[in-house]
Design a binder for this molecule. Structure first.
Ligand code: DC
Length: 228
């Protein structure tokens, strides 16, 4: 069977990562969480007080960041920065509140996109993010664009945070998601936009299992190389 690239893009907290991870698991593909990469860069910039308006400082910082993913048998994929597991740290609200401005910086995007393309070189990859189907892999065999209403997304994100022992007010989550969607969609560099050939999937009234089933259903003809 041929290996393909599956690009899953969409708004914040639509279940992209959960869907992508499960689809990758079913197909025996690698899962790459591109958002985790922007979050890790944000963590580095905050911890090292990098000025977001100084391109030289940004470039130097980027050259000092080494990112990689580690997969374990429990299907979890943790991101490592310079050899340290930063998966927990990057999920904190402190990072969510700062990641959109950092990921709007041209130098940051160029560095991350180059690395993401390397991760996808061998195909057999499911990657989720905002610009995977438009910029990173415009030739991806399958593109899915997820959306859902804001209330549903916020409640799902609140549950996720609770599972990580973080109790965050629903209004704070709604405000964070809305702001991020706005910055991600309005930025000059690779804004969040549905690729013309992406399948639109509204997840407001469907379960994660249904999202996964639908993605697999769309993937099969591509894997079997049938036109559809
Ligand atoms: O998927 P996430 O919510 O963890 O992503 C965090 C932020 O990273 C998101 O608000 C915008 C940015 N991002 C991006 O600009 N491009 C991507 N491909 C993935 C994420």
């Amino acid at each position: 069977m041929r290996k393909i690239i599956i690009a899953i893009d969409g708004y914040s907290a639509c279940g992209k990562s959960t869907t992508a991870k499960e689809v990758a698991n079913i197909l025996g593909y690698r899962y790459i969480d591109s958002g985790a990469m922007y979050r890790a860069v944000t963590l580095f910039f905050l911890d090292n007080h990098i000025s977001l308006t100084n391109p030289r400082e940004i470039q130097k910082a980027l050259s000092e960041i080494n990112l990689g993913f580690h997969f374990d048998s429990n299907e979890s994929s943790d991101i490592f920065m310079n050899g340290i597991n930063v998966e927990k740290k990057i999920r904190k609200m402190r990072i969510s509140e700062n990641v959109s401005p950092v990921s709007a910086i041209k130098e940051v995007r160029l560095a991350m996109v180059a690395q993401q393309r390397k991760f996808g070189k061998e195909k057999g990859v499911v990657m989720d993010g905002r610009d995977i189907g438009t910029v990173v892999f415009p030739e991806a065999e399958l593109k899915v664009f997820l959306t859902a209403d804001i209330q549903t997304r916020a409640i799902r994100r609140q549950h996720e945070l609770l599972e990580r022992n973080q109790l965050v007010d629903l209004d704070e989550i709604i405000s964070n998601i809305t702001t991020r969607d706005r910055i991600d969609s309005m930025r000059k560099e690779s804004p969040l936009i549905k690729a013309k050939d992406a399948f639109l999937l509204d997840t407001t009234h469907i379960t994660i299992d249904e999202q996964v089933d639908e993605t697999i259903r769309l993937a099969f003809p591509k894997i079997l190389n049938k036109k559809k």
